[in-house]
Design a protein around this ligand. Structure first.
Ligand code: PEP
Length: 251
């Protein structure tokens, strides 16, 4: 089942407005057309970055959202507000939201439901902490995080899973190609169990965790790795484009 690789940059809480626009323009100018490329700037730069990538094949994304449609939720941003700015995809369950900001699983699940039901592409992040890997709990953790997804999801093209081992995020330590493939294959089996094999075969599963131009090709060449969610290497035009280009021809 051919799946178009999807490489998305998660800019986290980085960049001024001017540097975000420069980065977006640099990516838009040279992003390959045969790979789906996306950028998720901080909320306050989404509008400006949307204008910078307008007319290119770079998809605009968000790093988070709230699940309610509107109302008295101070500081929060709804899916409708994101769509109004041209956002096409939104992350849920990123490890920094789960473990640094302490977002509980039931809130992650509500957000994932809101993103998908609101019509955006959902990138749902899953991954184990180092102590969970050491205790052989990786697959249990990943299964329970995949199970945060609602069975209402019926379009496999609008569902993306990002497998991001917490111990590999921002640490310079990457899962080996074989470690990534093992967990990705397990995620696809879990998706097939929840939905069916045909559905699971169409879902893109990104790897995230210190992916860079040197290791991207080996990882994305694995049969169940369909692109990457990129943090540090997404903050420079040349390293991000090198990862995007590494995804070419890996189908
Ligand atoms: C991420 O935060 O999603 C990520 C993968 O970060 P990094 O590439 O810096 O490890």
């Amino acid at each position: 089942m051919p799946r178009t690789p999807f490489v998305a940059g998660n800019w986290k809480m980085n960049l001024t407005k001017a540097s975000a626009i420069d980065l977006a323009k640099g990516i838009a100018k040279a992003a390959p057309a045969d790979v789906q490329v996306g950028v998720a700037p901080p909320f306050v730069h989404i509008d400006a970055v949307g204008q910078a990538v307008a007319g290119s094949n770079v998809h605009l994304g968000a790093q988070d959202c709230y699940f309610q449609k509107n109302g008295a939720f101070t500081g929060e941003i709804s899916v409708e507000m994101l769509k109004d700015l041209g956002v096409k995809f939104c992350l849920t369950g990123h490890s920094e939201r789960r473990h640094v900001i302490k977002e509980p699983s039931d809130l992650v699940a509500e957000k994932a439901d809101a993103v998908y039901s609101g019509g955006l592409t959902l990138i749902h992040c899953v991954g184990e902490k180092l102590e969970q890997r050491d205790a052989n709990e990786t697959l249990d953790v990943v299964r329970s995080q995949v199970n945060e997804l609602t069975s209402k999801i019926d379009d496999p093209h609008r569902l993306v899973i990002a497998y991001e081992p917490v111990w590999a995020i921002g640490t310079g330590r990457t899962a080996s190609d074989a470690q990534a493939q093992e967990v990705h294959a397990f995620i696809r089996e879990t998706l097939a169990f929840i939905w069916n094999k045909d559905f699971a075969d169409r879902v893109r599963i990104q790897y995230g965790g210190s992916m860079n131009p040197a290791n991207a090709r080996g990882l994305i060449n694995q049969p169940d790795v369909d692109g990457g969610l990129i943090g540090g290497a997404a903050l420079k035009v040349d390293t991000f484009l090198a990862v995007c280009n590494a995804a070419r021809g890996t189908i």
